[in-house]
Design a protein around this ligand. Sequence first.
Ligand SMILES: [Zn+2]
Length: 324
Amino acid sequence: MNTQTFNALMNQQVPRLTLRQREQLKKRLDELDEEQKGLALIELSSATEPRCCPHCQGSELYRHGQVSGLQRYRCQTCRRTFNALTGTALARLPKKGKWFGFSEALAASLSLRRAAAGLQIHRNTALRWRHRFLRGLKAERPAALQGITEADETYFLESRKGCRKLQRPARRRGAKARSVGLSNELVCVLVARNRSGQTLDWVMGRGQMTKVALAGALQSVLPKDALLVSDGNPTYRGFAQDAHLVHEAINLSKGMCVNGAVHVQNVNAYHGRLKQWLRRFHGVATGYLDNYLGWFRALDSHHADSGQAVLSMALGRFSYLTVT
Ligand SMILES: [Zn+2]
């Protein structure tokens, strides 16, 4: 807008606004500020990275105009264009201006209803966004767990929340599984946590955890000199023997809780915090459970404390280096 038009707007148009219109204008300006903040953040995170073409990894790039507020680049090698979002979980997601606010809502663990109302977006949009953002958050995983690592499984009632084709009568949320013990209605989640607080989790599927499934999860993340601590479940002993890992088991049924450094109190406390946090969502669809596990992992480790941190993670840019 040129100066003359702007001055006319400020001196002639703005004073004629009603009180209500002024309120609306203020709100709109705040929204635009938020949008700007979001876009700046997207550009900022990408500017610090070595740039190469996400299509062909070519390094000869040049600026090629702006598209929806973001710098566009063209690759000399493959001639294709891209921006800071290409190849991220948020690519082609509309309303970029509201991403920063949405990231703040995720950092605050807001419910869908509150997040949607605060940003004036539809609940279904908020749900779709939540899972796109969480894709980035759950991807932040330590590559290995060094030192003493506690592992324990916990169970969640299977939920087909949001699924239209139920194969059994609908269950009221918060209901208990029909049979006592480990029925097929329970989904097993394995959590492994070392003494520096690095945590990994896996959705193991329905029913009892098998040795093969346990090996599939733990084998590649436990170095040879790790000490695995678990409860008395023989699946852990069997896995540790096969993998030639040092293993200590706590026999909880015999009243044993702590034997020096050998205990599973860290992982059990983590289970407790996770379940407490999940309660606010009134049941989570099993198909999305890993997204929520990733969200909680990011929050619990304080890597997702701010809107900025969440947005960076959603874009696949981790603010700290994973210790391996
Ligand atoms: Zn290219």
